[in-house]
Design a protein around this ligand. Structure first.
Ligand code: F0G
Length: 454
Protein backbone atom coordinates (compact mmCIF):
# COMPACT_ATOMS: atom_id res chain seq x y z
CA UNK A 1 0.00 0.00 0.00
CA UNK A 2 1.39 3.47 -0.88
CA UNK A 3 1.82 5.82 2.11
CA UNK A 4 0.96 9.11 0.35
CA UNK A 5 -2.30 11.00 0.28
CA UNK A 6 -4.66 9.82 -2.54
CA UNK A 7 -4.58 13.28 -4.16
CA UNK A 8 -2.17 15.99 -5.22
CA UNK A 9 -2.60 19.70 -4.52
CA UNK A 10 -3.79 22.08 -7.25
CA UNK A 11 -4.41 25.26 -5.27
CA UNK A 12 -2.64 26.49 -2.13
CA UNK A 13 -3.59 28.82 0.72
CA UNK A 14 -0.66 30.38 2.60
CA UNK A 15 -0.50 30.02 6.40
CA UNK A 16 2.05 31.33 8.90
CA UNK A 17 2.92 31.19 12.57
CA UNK A 18 2.85 34.67 14.15
CA UNK A 19 5.23 35.43 17.05
CA UNK A 20 4.63 34.36 20.66
CA UNK A 21 4.02 38.01 21.70
CA UNK A 22 1.45 38.42 18.91
CA UNK A 23 -0.27 35.19 19.97
CA UNK A 24 -0.46 36.37 23.58
CA UNK A 25 -2.07 39.64 22.49
CA UNK A 26 -4.47 37.88 20.11
CA UNK A 27 -5.62 35.43 22.79
CA UNK A 28 -6.23 38.22 25.29
CA UNK A 29 -8.19 40.22 22.72
CA UNK A 30 -10.25 37.04 22.09
CA UNK A 31 -11.16 36.85 25.83
CA UNK A 32 -9.44 33.45 25.98
CA UNK A 33 -12.11 32.02 23.68
CA UNK A 34 -10.72 30.43 20.48
CA UNK A 35 -13.97 31.25 18.65
CA UNK A 36 -13.00 34.93 18.83
CA UNK A 37 -9.53 34.45 17.29
CA UNK A 38 -9.04 35.66 13.74
CA UNK A 39 -8.12 32.77 11.47
CA UNK A 40 -5.19 34.82 10.13
CA UNK A 41 -3.69 34.65 13.64
CA UNK A 42 -3.92 30.84 13.64
CA UNK A 43 -1.20 28.61 12.18
CA UNK A 44 -2.96 25.22 12.16
CA UNK A 45 -6.69 25.44 12.60
CA UNK A 46 -8.13 22.37 14.30
CA UNK A 47 -11.14 24.17 15.77
CA UNK A 48 -13.42 21.99 13.69
CA UNK A 49 -13.59 19.61 10.77
CA UNK A 50 -16.94 21.17 9.86
CA UNK A 51 -17.11 23.01 6.54
CA UNK A 52 -13.32 23.36 6.58
CA UNK A 53 -12.44 20.58 4.12
CA UNK A 54 -11.05 20.96 0.61
CA UNK A 55 -13.39 20.15 -2.27
CA UNK A 56 -12.22 18.06 -5.20
CA UNK A 57 -11.93 19.16 -8.84
CA UNK A 58 -15.08 17.12 -9.48
CA UNK A 59 -17.03 19.07 -6.87
CA UNK A 60 -15.78 22.43 -8.15
CA UNK A 61 -16.67 21.56 -11.72
CA UNK A 62 -20.10 20.24 -10.69
CA UNK A 63 -20.82 23.65 -9.16
CA UNK A 64 -20.81 25.15 -12.64
CA UNK A 65 -23.87 23.02 -13.40
CA UNK A 66 -25.88 24.47 -10.51
CA UNK A 67 -29.53 24.93 -11.46
CA UNK A 68 -30.70 27.97 -9.51
CA UNK A 69 -34.44 27.41 -10.03
CA UNK A 70 -36.40 28.19 -6.87
CA UNK A 71 -38.35 24.93 -7.02
CA UNK A 72 -37.64 21.52 -8.55
CA UNK A 73 -34.10 22.34 -9.72
CA UNK A 74 -32.25 19.57 -11.55
CA UNK A 75 -29.48 19.97 -8.95
CA UNK A 76 -31.98 18.94 -6.26
CA UNK A 77 -32.88 15.77 -8.15
CA UNK A 78 -29.20 14.81 -8.50
CA UNK A 79 -28.81 15.21 -4.77
CA UNK A 80 -32.02 13.38 -3.99
CA UNK A 81 -31.08 10.40 -6.16
CA UNK A 82 -27.67 10.18 -4.51
CA UNK A 83 -29.11 10.32 -1.00
CA UNK A 84 -31.78 7.72 -1.82
CA UNK A 85 -29.15 5.44 -3.38
CA UNK A 86 -26.96 5.59 -0.26
CA UNK A 87 -29.70 5.51 2.40
CA UNK A 88 -32.78 3.93 0.86
CA UNK A 89 -34.77 6.95 2.12
CA UNK A 90 -37.11 8.33 -0.56
CA UNK A 91 -37.93 11.70 0.99
CA UNK A 92 -35.01 14.13 0.95
CA UNK A 93 -34.88 17.78 2.01
CA UNK A 94 -31.75 19.95 1.92
CA UNK A 95 -31.14 22.41 4.77
CA UNK A 96 -28.60 25.20 5.19
CA UNK A 97 -26.58 23.10 7.65
CA UNK A 98 -27.05 20.40 10.30
CA UNK A 99 -28.70 22.63 12.86
CA UNK A 100 -31.32 23.70 10.32
CA UNK A 101 -32.27 20.05 10.01
CA UNK A 102 -32.33 19.68 13.81
CA UNK A 103 -34.53 22.72 14.33
CA UNK A 104 -37.01 21.59 11.68
CA UNK A 105 -37.21 18.01 12.96
CA UNK A 106 -37.35 18.70 16.70
CA UNK A 107 -39.88 21.52 16.40
CA UNK A 108 -42.31 19.01 14.84
CA UNK A 109 -41.46 15.79 16.67
CA UNK A 110 -41.40 17.22 20.19
CA UNK A 111 -45.09 17.77 20.71
CA UNK A 112 -45.17 18.39 24.48
CA UNK A 113 -42.94 20.27 26.88
CA UNK A 114 -40.95 17.90 29.09
CA UNK A 115 -40.81 15.01 26.60
CA UNK A 116 -37.54 13.10 26.43
CA UNK A 117 -35.24 12.68 23.47
CA UNK A 118 -32.76 9.85 23.95
CA UNK A 119 -29.37 9.48 22.27
CA UNK A 120 -26.10 7.59 22.50
CA UNK A 121 -24.83 11.15 23.01
CA UNK A 122 -26.02 14.49 21.69
CA UNK A 123 -23.84 16.97 19.89
CA UNK A 124 -24.18 20.46 21.40
CA UNK A 125 -26.51 21.96 18.76
CA UNK A 126 -28.66 18.82 18.74
CA UNK A 127 -28.94 19.03 22.51
CA UNK A 128 -29.64 22.78 22.24
CA UNK A 129 -32.45 22.30 19.70
CA UNK A 130 -34.07 19.53 21.73
CA UNK A 131 -34.07 21.90 24.73
CA UNK A 132 -35.34 24.86 22.70
CA UNK A 133 -38.26 22.69 21.54
CA UNK A 134 -39.07 21.98 25.20
CA UNK A 135 -37.63 18.47 25.50
CA UNK A 136 -35.21 16.87 27.93
CA UNK A 137 -32.21 15.35 26.12
CA UNK A 138 -30.82 12.18 27.70
CA UNK A 139 -27.43 10.58 26.86
CA UNK A 140 -27.25 6.81 27.23
CA UNK A 141 -23.65 6.25 26.17
CA UNK A 142 -21.88 3.02 27.16
CA UNK A 143 -19.35 3.74 29.87
CA UNK A 144 -15.75 3.06 28.79
CA UNK A 145 -12.53 4.43 30.36
CA UNK A 146 -10.72 6.82 27.96
CA UNK A 147 -7.43 4.90 27.99
CA UNK A 148 -8.86 1.43 27.38
CA UNK A 149 -9.23 -0.01 23.90
CA UNK A 150 -12.74 -0.77 22.77
CA UNK A 151 -13.55 -0.88 19.03
CA UNK A 152 -16.91 0.93 19.37
CA UNK A 153 -16.81 3.46 22.16
CA UNK A 154 -19.68 5.44 20.62
CA UNK A 155 -22.25 2.73 21.36
CA UNK A 156 -25.62 3.29 23.00
CA UNK A 157 -26.14 1.44 26.28
CA UNK A 158 -29.08 -0.61 25.01
CA UNK A 159 -29.79 -2.15 28.44
CA UNK A 160 -30.18 1.34 29.89
CA UNK A 161 -32.24 2.34 26.86
CA UNK A 162 -34.83 -0.34 27.48
CA UNK A 163 -34.87 0.44 31.22
CA UNK A 164 -35.37 4.12 30.43
CA UNK A 165 -38.29 3.40 28.11
CA UNK A 166 -39.94 1.17 30.73
CA UNK A 167 -39.39 3.70 33.49
CA UNK A 168 -40.55 6.82 31.64
CA UNK A 169 -43.00 5.41 29.09
CA UNK A 170 -42.60 5.33 25.31
CA UNK A 171 -45.37 7.94 25.00
CA UNK A 172 -43.08 10.45 26.74
CA UNK A 173 -40.15 9.92 24.35
CA UNK A 174 -40.24 11.98 21.16
CA UNK A 175 -37.57 9.96 19.35
CA UNK A 176 -34.20 8.24 19.60
CA UNK A 177 -31.19 9.93 18.03
CA UNK A 178 -28.33 7.69 16.97
CA UNK A 179 -25.21 9.83 16.45
CA UNK A 180 -22.59 8.25 14.14
CA UNK A 181 -19.76 8.70 14.71
CA UNK A 182 -20.30 9.86 18.25
CA UNK A 183 -18.67 13.30 18.24
CA UNK A 184 -19.14 14.24 21.89
CA UNK A 185 -17.71 10.89 23.02
CA UNK A 186 -14.51 11.48 21.06
CA UNK A 187 -15.54 10.86 17.45
CA UNK A 188 -15.97 7.23 18.41
CA UNK A 189 -17.74 4.78 16.13
CA UNK A 190 -20.95 2.86 16.78
CA UNK A 191 -21.09 -0.81 15.78
CA UNK A 192 -23.62 -2.22 13.36
CA UNK A 193 -24.71 -4.64 16.08
CA UNK A 194 -25.47 -1.71 18.40
CA UNK A 195 -27.35 0.19 15.69
CA UNK A 196 -29.40 -2.92 14.90
CA UNK A 197 -30.19 -3.61 18.57
CA UNK A 198 -31.20 0.02 19.21
CA UNK A 199 -33.60 -0.15 16.28
CA UNK A 200 -35.02 -3.46 17.47
CA UNK A 201 -35.77 -1.99 20.90
CA UNK A 202 -37.21 1.18 19.35
CA UNK A 203 -39.61 -0.77 17.17
CA UNK A 204 -40.67 -2.98 20.09
CA UNK A 205 -41.97 0.19 21.78
CA UNK A 206 -43.10 1.99 18.63
CA UNK A 207 -40.37 4.64 18.82
CA UNK A 208 -38.83 6.59 15.98
CA UNK A 209 -35.07 6.34 15.27
CA UNK A 210 -33.34 9.23 13.51
CA UNK A 211 -29.65 9.17 12.66
CA UNK A 212 -27.40 12.17 13.22
CA UNK A 213 -24.98 11.29 10.44
CA UNK A 214 -22.48 14.14 10.19
CA UNK A 215 -19.65 11.55 10.03
CA UNK A 216 -21.37 8.36 8.94
CA UNK A 217 -18.83 7.49 6.21
CA UNK A 218 -16.06 7.45 8.82
CA UNK A 219 -18.31 5.21 10.95
CA UNK A 220 -18.73 2.84 7.98
CA UNK A 221 -14.94 2.69 7.66
CA UNK A 222 -14.59 1.68 11.33
CA UNK A 223 -17.25 -1.02 10.94
CA UNK A 224 -15.35 -2.34 7.93
CA UNK A 225 -12.05 -2.38 9.84
CA UNK A 226 -13.27 -3.61 13.22
CA UNK A 227 -16.56 -5.51 13.08
CA UNK A 228 -16.70 -9.15 12.12
CA UNK A 229 -18.26 -9.86 8.75
CA UNK A 230 -17.71 -6.42 7.18
CA UNK A 231 -14.08 -6.53 5.97
CA UNK A 232 -15.09 -7.50 2.44
CA UNK A 233 -17.97 -5.05 2.12
CA UNK A 234 -17.76 -1.64 0.51
CA UNK A 235 -18.47 1.43 2.67
CA UNK A 236 -21.58 2.17 0.61
CA UNK A 237 -23.00 -1.30 1.31
CA UNK A 238 -22.30 -0.86 5.00
CA UNK A 239 -24.07 2.51 4.83
CA UNK A 240 -27.10 0.93 3.19
CA UNK A 241 -27.38 -1.67 5.90
CA UNK A 242 -26.94 0.95 8.61
CA UNK A 243 -29.70 3.18 7.25
CA UNK A 244 -32.04 0.20 7.09
CA UNK A 245 -32.07 0.34 10.93
CA UNK A 246 -33.63 3.79 11.11
CA UNK A 247 -36.57 5.94 10.02
CA UNK A 248 -34.66 8.94 8.81
CA UNK A 249 -31.66 11.18 9.22
CA UNK A 250 -30.45 14.65 10.05
CA UNK A 251 -27.09 15.53 8.58
CA UNK A 252 -24.53 18.25 8.74
CA UNK A 253 -23.16 17.92 5.20
CA UNK A 254 -20.16 20.02 6.24
CA UNK A 255 -18.34 16.88 7.34
CA UNK A 256 -18.86 13.65 5.39
CA UNK A 257 -20.48 15.28 2.37
CA UNK A 258 -17.20 17.17 1.89
CA UNK A 259 -18.79 20.59 1.36
CA UNK A 260 -18.25 23.94 3.05
CA UNK A 261 -21.94 24.50 3.78
CA UNK A 262 -25.08 22.38 3.73
CA UNK A 263 -27.29 19.93 5.55
CA UNK A 264 -29.87 17.25 4.93
CA UNK A 265 -33.04 15.66 6.18
CA UNK A 266 -34.20 12.34 4.74
CA UNK A 267 -37.06 10.05 5.71
CA UNK A 268 -38.37 6.64 4.89
CA UNK A 269 -42.03 7.59 4.93
CA UNK A 270 -44.07 10.41 3.53
CA UNK A 271 -45.92 11.26 6.72
CA UNK A 272 -42.71 12.19 8.52
CA UNK A 273 -41.53 14.14 5.48
CA UNK A 274 -44.76 16.14 5.43
CA UNK A 275 -44.62 16.82 9.15
CA UNK A 276 -41.01 18.02 9.24
CA UNK A 277 -41.16 19.63 5.79
CA UNK A 278 -43.79 22.00 7.17
CA UNK A 279 -41.13 23.56 9.39
CA UNK A 280 -38.45 23.68 6.68
CA UNK A 281 -40.31 26.08 4.38
CA UNK A 282 -40.56 29.03 6.82
CA UNK A 283 -37.14 28.53 8.44
CA UNK A 284 -34.88 27.21 5.69
CA UNK A 285 -36.52 27.64 2.29
CA UNK A 286 -38.59 25.63 -0.15
CA UNK A 287 -38.31 21.83 0.12
CA UNK A 288 -36.01 21.44 -2.88
CA UNK A 289 -33.34 23.99 -1.87
CA UNK A 290 -33.55 24.42 1.93
CA UNK A 291 -31.47 27.60 2.12
CA UNK A 292 -28.76 26.48 -0.29
CA UNK A 293 -27.84 27.52 -3.83
CA UNK A 294 -28.27 25.00 -6.64
CA UNK A 295 -24.48 24.84 -6.96
CA UNK A 296 -24.20 23.80 -3.28
CA UNK A 297 -26.55 20.89 -3.97
CA UNK A 298 -24.35 19.80 -6.88
CA UNK A 299 -21.19 19.84 -4.76
CA UNK A 300 -22.96 17.88 -2.03
CA UNK A 301 -24.16 15.18 -4.41
CA UNK A 302 -20.58 14.60 -5.61
CA UNK A 303 -19.06 14.87 -2.11
CA UNK A 304 -21.43 12.28 -0.63
CA UNK A 305 -20.00 9.68 -3.00
CA UNK A 306 -16.35 10.74 -2.68
CA UNK A 307 -16.52 10.37 1.10
CA UNK A 308 -17.46 6.70 0.71
CA UNK A 309 -14.37 5.92 -1.37
CA UNK A 310 -12.33 3.31 0.57
CA UNK A 311 -8.95 4.91 -0.32
CA UNK A 312 -10.13 8.33 0.79
CA UNK A 313 -11.44 6.90 4.07
CA UNK A 314 -8.21 5.01 4.78
CA UNK A 315 -6.22 8.22 4.24
CA UNK A 316 -8.64 10.31 6.27
CA UNK A 317 -8.90 8.15 9.35
CA UNK A 318 -5.20 7.25 8.94
CA UNK A 319 -4.15 10.89 9.31
CA UNK A 320 -6.12 11.26 12.53
CA UNK A 321 -4.51 8.05 13.79
CA UNK A 322 -1.07 9.37 12.84
CA UNK A 323 -1.50 12.40 15.09
CA UNK A 324 -2.93 10.18 17.82
CA UNK A 325 0.10 7.86 17.72
CA UNK A 326 2.53 10.81 17.93
CA UNK A 327 0.82 12.05 21.08
CA UNK A 328 0.29 8.69 22.71
CA UNK A 329 3.90 7.61 22.21
CA UNK A 330 4.97 10.80 24.03
CA UNK A 331 2.75 9.90 27.00
CA UNK A 332 0.02 12.50 26.37
CA UNK A 333 -3.33 11.16 27.69
CA UNK A 334 -5.82 10.85 24.85
CA UNK A 335 -9.09 9.07 24.17
CA UNK A 336 -7.91 5.70 22.92
CA UNK A 337 -8.31 4.45 20.25
CA UNK A 338 -8.64 7.78 18.40
CA UNK A 339 -11.91 8.54 16.63
CA UNK A 340 -12.54 9.30 12.99
CA UNK A 341 -12.27 13.07 12.76
CA UNK A 342 -10.26 14.24 15.72
CA UNK A 343 -7.83 13.43 18.47
CA UNK A 344 -9.43 14.08 21.84
CA UNK A 345 -6.91 14.92 24.56
CA UNK A 346 -8.06 13.79 28.01
CA UNK A 347 -7.66 17.19 29.67
CA UNK A 348 -8.82 15.93 33.07
CA UNK A 349 -5.74 13.67 33.12
CA UNK A 350 -3.48 16.20 31.37
CA UNK A 351 -4.34 18.91 33.94
CA UNK A 352 -5.35 17.10 37.14
CA UNK A 353 -4.76 20.27 39.18
CA UNK A 354 -7.60 22.13 37.42
CA UNK A 355 -11.12 21.37 38.81
CA UNK A 356 -13.80 20.41 36.27
CA UNK A 357 -15.74 23.65 36.72
CA UNK A 358 -12.62 25.63 35.80
CA UNK A 359 -12.81 23.76 32.49
CA UNK A 360 -9.43 22.01 31.98
CA UNK A 361 -10.35 21.21 28.35
CA UNK A 362 -10.75 24.90 27.64
CA UNK A 363 -7.67 25.94 29.62
CA UNK A 364 -5.66 23.62 27.39
CA UNK A 365 -6.95 25.26 24.19
CA UNK A 366 -5.41 28.53 25.38
CA UNK A 367 -2.11 26.79 26.14
CA UNK A 368 -1.96 25.10 22.71
CA UNK A 369 -2.56 28.36 20.91
CA UNK A 370 0.23 30.05 22.85
CA UNK A 371 2.56 27.10 22.34
CA UNK A 372 2.22 26.58 18.59
CA UNK A 373 -0.54 28.73 17.09
CA UNK A 374 -2.79 25.65 17.08
CA UNK A 375 -6.51 26.29 17.50
CA UNK A 376 -8.49 23.54 19.27
CA UNK A 377 -11.83 23.42 21.07
CA UNK A 378 -13.16 22.17 24.40
CA UNK A 379 -15.63 19.28 24.43
CA UNK A 380 -16.56 18.83 28.06
CA UNK A 381 -18.36 20.55 30.92
CA UNK A 382 -18.10 23.99 29.30
CA UNK A 383 -19.94 22.72 26.22
CA UNK A 384 -22.46 20.85 28.42
CA UNK A 385 -23.86 24.11 29.78
CA UNK A 386 -26.20 24.42 32.76
CA UNK A 387 -29.21 22.39 33.82
CA UNK A 388 -32.18 24.48 32.62
CA UNK A 389 -34.13 23.63 35.80
CA UNK A 390 -31.51 24.08 38.53
CA UNK A 391 -29.13 26.49 36.79
CA UNK A 392 -26.17 24.37 37.96
CA UNK A 393 -23.23 23.51 35.71
CA UNK A 394 -23.74 20.03 34.27
CA UNK A 395 -20.64 17.89 34.69
CA UNK A 396 -19.65 16.09 31.51
CA UNK A 397 -18.39 12.51 31.78
CA UNK A 398 -15.32 13.75 29.84
CA UNK A 399 -13.11 16.82 29.84
CA UNK A 400 -11.68 16.83 26.33
CA UNK A 401 -9.62 19.20 24.22
CA UNK A 402 -10.47 18.30 20.64
CA UNK A 403 -8.01 18.54 17.76
CA UNK A 404 -10.40 18.19 14.81
CA UNK A 405 -8.71 17.65 11.48
CA UNK A 406 -10.18 19.24 8.35
CA UNK A 407 -10.56 16.84 5.42
CA UNK A 408 -7.88 16.90 2.69
CA UNK A 409 -6.36 20.16 4.02
CA UNK A 410 -3.22 19.58 6.10
CA UNK A 411 -0.28 17.25 5.57
CA UNK A 412 1.28 14.86 8.07
CA UNK A 413 4.11 17.38 8.50
CA UNK A 414 1.51 19.77 9.88
CA UNK A 415 0.42 16.99 12.23
CA UNK A 416 4.02 16.82 13.49
CA UNK A 417 3.94 20.55 14.28
CA UNK A 418 0.68 20.05 16.16
CA UNK A 419 2.16 17.15 18.13
CA UNK A 420 5.19 19.26 19.07
CA UNK A 421 2.94 22.03 20.44
CA UNK A 422 0.92 19.55 22.50
CA UNK A 423 4.02 17.78 23.84
CA UNK A 424 5.63 21.11 24.80
CA UNK A 425 2.47 22.12 26.66
CA UNK A 426 2.50 18.71 28.38
CA UNK A 427 6.07 19.29 29.61
CA UNK A 428 5.05 22.49 31.38
CA UNK A 429 1.51 21.42 32.30
CA UNK A 430 1.80 22.46 35.98
CA UNK A 431 1.94 26.11 34.84
CA UNK A 432 -1.40 25.93 32.94
CA UNK A 433 -4.25 27.66 34.80
CA UNK A 434 -8.02 27.13 34.79
CA UNK A 435 -10.54 29.66 33.48
CA UNK A 436 -13.59 31.48 34.84
CA UNK A 437 -16.37 33.33 33.04
CA UNK A 438 -16.38 37.08 32.69
CA UNK A 439 -19.46 36.75 30.43
CA UNK A 440 -21.69 33.69 30.15
CA UNK A 441 -24.50 33.35 27.58
CA UNK A 442 -27.52 31.16 28.44
CA UNK A 443 -27.61 28.71 25.49
CA UNK A 444 -24.58 27.28 23.65
CA UNK A 445 -22.39 29.34 25.94
CA UNK A 446 -19.01 28.05 24.74
CA UNK A 447 -19.29 29.85 21.41
CA UNK A 448 -19.53 33.37 22.76
CA UNK A 449 -18.45 33.33 26.42
CA UNK A 450 -15.62 35.53 27.67
CA UNK A 451 -13.03 34.16 30.13
CA UNK A 452 -10.20 35.12 32.38
CA UNK A 453 -7.45 32.91 33.78
CA UNK A 454 -8.00 31.83 37.40
N1 F0G B 1 -24.39 16.75 14.67
C1 F0G B 1 -23.10 16.48 14.91
C2 F0G B 1 -22.68 15.11 15.36
C3 F0G B 1 -22.13 17.50 14.74
O1 F0G B 1 -20.86 17.23 15.00
C4 F0G B 1 -22.55 18.78 14.31
C5 F0G B 1 -21.60 19.87 14.11
C6 F0G B 1 -23.91 19.01 14.07
C7 F0G B 1 -24.79 17.96 14.26
C8 F0G B 1 -24.45 20.35 13.65
O2 F0G B 1 -24.16 20.60 12.34
O3 F0G B 1 -22.67 22.62 12.36
O4 F0G B 1 -23.80 21.85 10.27
O5 F0G B 1 -25.12 22.90 12.06
N2 F0G B 1 -20.42 19.82 14.52
C9 F0G B 1 -19.38 20.78 14.32
C10 F0G B 1 -18.19 20.40 15.15
C11 F0G B 1 -19.77 22.21 14.46
O6 F0G B 1 -17.26 21.24 15.26
O7 F0G B 1 -18.12 19.29 15.66
P1 F0G B 1 -23.92 22.08 11.73
Amino acid sequence: MPKGEPFKIKMVEPIRLISREEREAALKAAHYNPFFLRSSDVYIDLLTDSGTGAMSQFQWSAMMLGDEAYAGASSYYKLKETVTDITGYEYVIPTHQGRGAEKSAFSQLITRKGMYVVSNMFFDTTRGHAQLAGARPVDLLMDYPTDEFHPFKGNMDTVKLEQFINEHGAENIACIIMTVTNNSAGGQPVSMANIRETYRIAKKYGLLVLFDVARYAENCHFIRMREEGYADKLPIDIAREMFSYGDGLMMSAKKDALVNIGGLLAFRDEELYNKVGGAVVPFEGFLTYGGLAGRDLEAMAVGLREALDPDYLAYRVGQVQYLGELLRSAGVPIQWPVGGHAVFIDAAKFLPHIPWDQFPGHALTAALYLEGGVRAVEVGSLMMGRDPETGENVRSPFEFTRLAIPRRVYTNQHMEDVAEAVINAYKRREEIRGVRFTKEPKVLRHFTAHFDLV
